[in-house]
Design a protein around this ligand. Structure first.
Ligand code: PHE
Length: 340
């Protein structure tokens, strides 16, 4: 009989201590629980341990073992509760005078915004969106686009090959051919996407960049449609006072070809208006009949125009950013300036 009483008392204390530990809402309260049960002088469990000397010698080992088990269980529970209270959102150490933490708000990358704005304008003009693979063949990237493989544009120096005749597309123009293969005219598409070139990573070049391709093919499409559509785009994007200039150029897949420049009117902070320099915004031209033939279109009946632009360059001009690489660094302190 006599040995069951201290053991029962111990187990009762154990339960009591464990619930007090669970209820301790802050570190100070937990420390009070520790003193109340394990404290050398007043601790209730320590007091039972002190009674060990008074029980008969043959009962001592069993009681001693149980006392140690309870002591350790309670100590462990205090330790783990302490870790929870010390952790984030844990204890009672909140400083209510601290300013609230600012919540992070997501935003589109400035180059994505530029693509969306450009796409939005062409969508209003009746274009739809198209896409093609980033790994493509020499046929789609060059040959079908009237570019012989010995043409400088097809030079291995610029193009990243994967295997044999498979490469990472060096422009979005292969989407022209892939779209014409699948659909009959009329065609009016915008195709944004990643392109790859063997360029050094510097302020004005990145080996991976975005392009936006445009293609229009139908009966009776003329040079006037070409100029008017792109001039209208420029005025919707940069404002009604924007001037547009078509400079003769060369691309194997367009004839005639042009580089399109814009001259914008900007309003200075003091309210005065100022014309910018001419800025090149895209390569373009009337679709070469050979390209239409390669697509299986009747080039006697159908005509069209195509264009390609670099949205990162346009975002760079728009925001006065002088180094393209900052668009790739993904430094949120830089990017958050463009959040809208
Ligand atoms: N693909 C050309 C380039 O990457 C741009 C372009 C597209 C030119 C369509 C004419 C027509 O430079």
């Amino acid at each position: 009989m006599s040995e069951t009483q201290p053991i029962d008392a111990l187990r009762h204390l154990e339960q009591e201590a464990l619930s007090a530990i669970a209820e301790a809402a802050e570190e100070r309260a937990l420390e009070e629980v520790r003193v109340a049960y394990l404290g050398r002088k007043e601790g209730k469990i320590s007091a039972v341990m002190r009674l060990l000397g008074t029980v008969p010698a043959e009962e001592r080992p069993a009681l001693g073992q149980e006392a140690n088990r309870v002591k350790e269980a309670v100590a462990r529970a205090i330790e783990s509760r302490g870790r929870i209270l010390a952790g984030p959102g844990g204890g009672g150490h909140h400083d209510l005078t601290l300013p609230a933490r600012r919540a992070w708000k997501g935003a589109r990358h400035p180059v994505t915004q530029t693509i969306d704005d450009i796409w939005g304008i062409f969508r209003q003009m009746g274009f739809t969106r198209a896409r093609g693979p980033e790994a493509d063949s020499e046929w789609y990237n060059f040959v079908a686009l009237n570019t012989p493989l010995d043409h400088p544009a097809a030079d291995e120096q610029d193009t990243l090959y994967l295997v044999d005749s498979v490469l990472l597309r060096s422009h979005t123009s292969p989407v022209q051919m892939r779209t014409m293969e699948k659909h009959d005219p009329p065609i009016r598409i915008i195709a944004p996407g990643w392109v790859y070139r063997r360029d050094t990573y510097d302020a004005t070049h990145t080996p991976v960049f975005l392009q936006i391709e445009g293609l229009v093919v139908d009966e009776g499409i003329t040079f006037v449609d070409f100029k008017a559509t792109l001039a209208e785009f420029a005025r919707r994007y940069w404002g009604p006072d924007t001037q547009v200039r078509f400079r003769p150029s060369f691309f194997p897949f367009t004839e005639p070809s042009a580089e399109v420049d814009v001259k914008r009117v900007i309003t200075r902070p003091d309210g005065t208006r100022q014309e910018t320099d001419w800025l090149e915004i895209m390569g373009a031209g009337m679709v070469d009949p050979n390209v239409l033939d390669n697509a299986g279109y009747d080039s006697e009946r159908f005509t069209g125009f195509a264009f390609g632009m670099g949205p990162a360059r346009i975002a760079k001009l728009k925001h006065g950013v002088d180094d393209l690489r900052t668009f790739f660094d993904d430094d949120v302190r830089f990017l958050s300036q463009f959040a809208r």
